[in-house]
Design a protein around this ligand. Structure first.
Ligand SMILES: NC(=O)c1ccc[n+]([C@@H]2O[C@H](COP(=O)([O-])OP(=O)(O)OC[C@H]3O[C@@H](n4cnc5c(N)ncnc54)[C@H](O)[C@@H]3O)[C@@H](O)[C@H]2O)c1
Length: 255
């Protein structure tokens, strides 16, 4: 039996990249999936692909930086798809935003998801949350030149690293707080993944080669490789795993 048969998942940032791969992976393993994104068209496109796989699907316009909207989105998932078992707290923005914008989405957004989903999951008998952190949640980012390419860019990188370290901290805190209530909370920490978020860096001259050189495996990751690990962490085979921040990074953090 597929491991998510009869289960329901909410995936944020499901309109693109890693979130889309998560939605399709969970659907392929039997879950009904609510595809949420601030980009409503992206969410709808993913939901259509989830439905093509024969899974129950919904699309939701959701800005995770609004606490009220996130709480309503969780309730909407329960009313539309009949429950909530898994939250993929994945939505995020890259380094090109202000401190406030980045913290608002990448840290506050993850916190709102945890704050409202964990009690719901506990009340319904248990469940799992997987936060998308980053190698930037485990250490500082290195990149030649471009990270000092102006105050705006530097602010975005600083905020990204601070937010992702915060996501790792929240992962541990909520895992401890809800451990006895049947709610497991883990994080994936991807290295550089081939998604629209990394397009500007990959397309810069020498960008791809430099990024590849940071990963001992010698290449960047694919969104499906992150989704596979996230699905494992959310599923029954990871029943004794909580509070973990698992690198999915081709060895980036091993050096
Ligand atoms: N791509 C990488 O190399 C990489 C590495 C480590 C971590 N991550 C993290 O993975 C997650 C997904 O990134 P991705 O690479 O798939 O990028 P992406 O840009 O392809 O997808 C991100 C999605 O999040 C959505 N989003 C942005 N702000 C939102 C908001 N306020 N509310 C709801 N949705 C919002 C976007 O519309 C988009 O669909 C992010 O948290 C990112 O920080 C990415």
């Amino acid at each position: 039996m597929p491991q998510f048969d009869g289960k329901v998942a909410l995936v944020t940032g499901a309109g693109s990249g890693i979130g889309r791969a998560m939605a399709l992976r969970l659907a392929g393993e039997g879950a009904g999936v609510m595809c949420a994104d601030v980009d409503e068209q992206g969410a709808q496109a993913t939901a259509a692909r989830v439905a093509e796989r024969g899974a129950r699907a919904g699309a939701l316009a959701l800005d995770v930086s609004s606490e009220a909207a996130f709480a309503a989105g969780l309730e909407h998932t329960v009313s539309e798809l009949g429950g909530l078992d898994v939250l993929m707290n994945n939505a995020g923005v890259g380094a090109g935003f202000t401190w406030e914008q980045t913290i608002g989405v990448n840290l506050n957004g993850v916190y709102y998801g945890l704050k409202h989903a964990c009690p719901m999951l506990a009340a319904s008998g248990g469940g799992a949350v997987v936060n998308t952190a980053s190698i930037a949640g485990l250490g500082a980012l290195v990149r030649p030149g471009s990270y000092t390419g102006g105050p705006g860019k530097l602010e975005g990188v600083n905020a990204y690293v601070a937010a992702k370290h915060g996501v790792v901290g929240l992962t541990r805190q909520f895992a401890v707080a809800f451990g006895t209530q049947g709610v497991r909370v883990n994080a994936v920490c991807p290295g550089y993944i081939v998604t629209p978020m990394t397009e500007p860096v990959r397309n810069a001259e020498g960008g791809s080669e430099f990024l590849e050189s940071l990963h001992p495996i010698g290449r960047l990751g694919q969104p499906e490789e992150v989704a596979a690990v996230a699905a494992f962490l959310a599923g029954p085979q990871a029943s004794f795993v909580t509070g973990a921040a698992l690198p999915v990074d081709g060895g980036y953090s091993a050096r």
